[in-house]
Design a protein around this ligand. Structure first.
Ligand code: GLU
Length: 497
């Protein structure tokens, strides 16, 4: 049997980290088993579902490159089928019409009656306590024919339990007494969530339902519907929750952008790195390794490797420099640093373009120089944004100076104001401008001035790149080249401010 899994987001917001991880695990499982990965937009909550949010979810999936097979299913398109299923269960006596007026719970008498009955049941609510549950078919039909509004509820048996083997959490059991006669269809004809999910999963021939652990209770309700329909339920695999750093619930409202996928795309994360990070939020292949290509993830992924304990998304709300999970940042840096340069280029180009730092020569005449430069500067970068911010001095004469770097490396050594232009003069006479020759010249110059190599190099770094840290200064000189190095060493802009 071919595996068929689905990702079934409700379009009531952007794609957040929890849903993205659910989508990824479904995708990996489908690819690992040679099955199909389907997408279903659960847009039945008409008040809260928006097209914008559907688009944003699709954008997020596209960014993560989690392509789905087959056409997207929109749950609202299936409402008639959901209604027909509810009616079928009603006709078979597996569901019943509940004529309880909508306003009833607000009615003081009804409330008292419910309380009295609860007391009689020693505080335990009797889930079968519905006056319409055992109404005769004739009376039920007659009242419906007379136009009295009703909801359709599943008739859950008095005794017994639902049980299923969750692929992650193991055997799950729940006494029928804990589950009410769930509403399948509201009195306005609106199919309820659990009915819709079961009908669609059957129709889409879903074999494995992989989703957040917050749906475990729903799974029991869904099993009841499967049983009423006489259909074997799919295998359930519930995923551990992803918690906030304080182990509280992660929420879109409270944690805002830090949990949205678009934030990572816009902040210069590589989809490959973020996917890798997501894969390890609640799953492992049982080895030390942490960097996995997509192919490796597909090959190694299994439901057995999913953890039962909750994962933590470790960001520091109060510290903007640590605005997201350290590991996510580390992983992104690792990808940027180690990815083959030609694979990184398609991401660097748009970044430089958007900052107006791109030149077409970088793809022909200056290709070798450009690739070397990218290779040099990426060693300390965390995101793609760094190529246009921290890396700006390599692609433009118009770059900023970090005041702290000026203070530390230039202002403290006033001699550099004349020394650095003097060093530039020494560079003028050099025939070939490569690292060993530059080193020789700078060393001789340093000795002559009776200072430390660090003083000259750090000062030069700040003038040439605007910052206090970066690649080896000899490589920086060579990369920027003789002319630009001279120009910048001679510039008095910084000294005059
Ligand atoms: N629409 C549900 C959600 O976004 C998922 C339902 C399911 O996967 O069964 O949480």
């Amino acid at each position: 049997m071919t595996t068929r899994v689905r990702f079934a987001p409700s379009p009531t917001g952007y794609l957040h980290i929890g849903s993205a991880r659910t989508a990824l695990f479904n995708y990996l499982y489908a690819r690992h088993t040679g099955g199909k990965f389907l997408l279903r937009i659960e847009d039945t909550d008409l008040a809260r579902s928006t097209e914008e949010s559907t688009r944003s979810i699709l954008d997020g999936l596209a960014w993560l490159e989690l392509g789905h097979d087959e056409e997207i299913v929109f749950q609202s398109d299936n409402a008639d089928k959901h209604r027909a299923t509810a009616r079928k269960l009603l006709a078979e006596g597996k569901a019943y019409r509940d004529f309880t007026p909508k306003a009833a719970p607000n009615d003081a008498n009804v409330k008292d009656a419910i309380k009295d009955r609860a007391r009689a049941n020693q505080g335990e609510k009797n889930m079968r306590d519905n006056p319409y549950r055992d109404l005769s078919a004739e009376e039920s039909d007659a009242r419906a024919a007379a136009g009295e509004p009703f909801a359709i509820r599943l008739k859950v048996a008095e005794t017994g339990k639902t049980s299923f083997e969750d692929a992650v959490y193991g055997l799950q059991e729940r006494d029928y007494r804990e589950t009410e006669d769930l509403v399948l269809l509201r009195s306005d004809g609106h199919p309820l969530y659990n009915l819709a999910v079961v009908c669609d999963d059957i129709e889409m021939a879903i074999t494995h339902v992989i989703r957040g652990q917050d749906h475990l209770t729903n799974a029991h309700k869904q099993v009841l519907i499967y049983e009423a329909l006489g259909v074997t339920p799919p295998t359930f695999a519930h995923l551990p929750l992803i918690m906030a750093p304080n182990k509280g619930k992660l929420s879109k409202r409270k944690h805002g952008e830090v949990v949205s996928m678009t934030t990572y795309r816009d902040a210069g994360f590589l989809a490959a790195a973020f996917r890798n990070f997501l894969a390890l939020l609640g799953w492992s292949a049982g080895e030390e390794k942490e960097i996995y290509s997509l192919d490796e993830l597909v090959q190694k992924f299994s439901l057995d490797g999913i953890h039962r304990s909750n994962a933590v998304f470790n960001f520091t709300e109060s510290d903007p420099r640590r605005w997201t999970d350290d590991k996510a940042q580390w992983m992104n840096a690792e990808y940027i640093r180690t990815m083959p340069v030609d694979e990184l280029m398609p991401f660097v180009k748009p970044e430089l373009k958007s900052a107006k730092l791109w030149r077409d020569e970088y793809e022909d005449d200056d290709k070798a120089w450009f690739e070397n430069t990218i290779n040099l500067i990426r060693q300390r970068f965390f995101t793609l944004k760094d190529f246009s911010s921290q890396g700006r001095a390599y692609f433009s004469e118009d770059y900023d100076f970090d005041p702290a770097a000026i203070e530390k490396n230039l202002a403290k050594f006033p001699d550099l104001k004349t020394w650095l232009p003097e060093l530039a003069d020494r560079f003028e006479s050099m025939e070939s401008f490569t690292e060993p020759e530059i080193e020789e010249v700078v060393k001789a110059f340093t000795e002559e001035k009776g200072t430390k190599l660090g003083v000259i190099m750090n000062g030069a770094r700040t003038l040439l790149t605007g910052v206090a840290v970066g690649p080896s200064m000899l490589s920086v000189f060579e990369t920027l080249g003789k002319d630009r190095s001279i120009l910048r060493l001679k510039s008095q802009v910084v000294w005059n401010t």
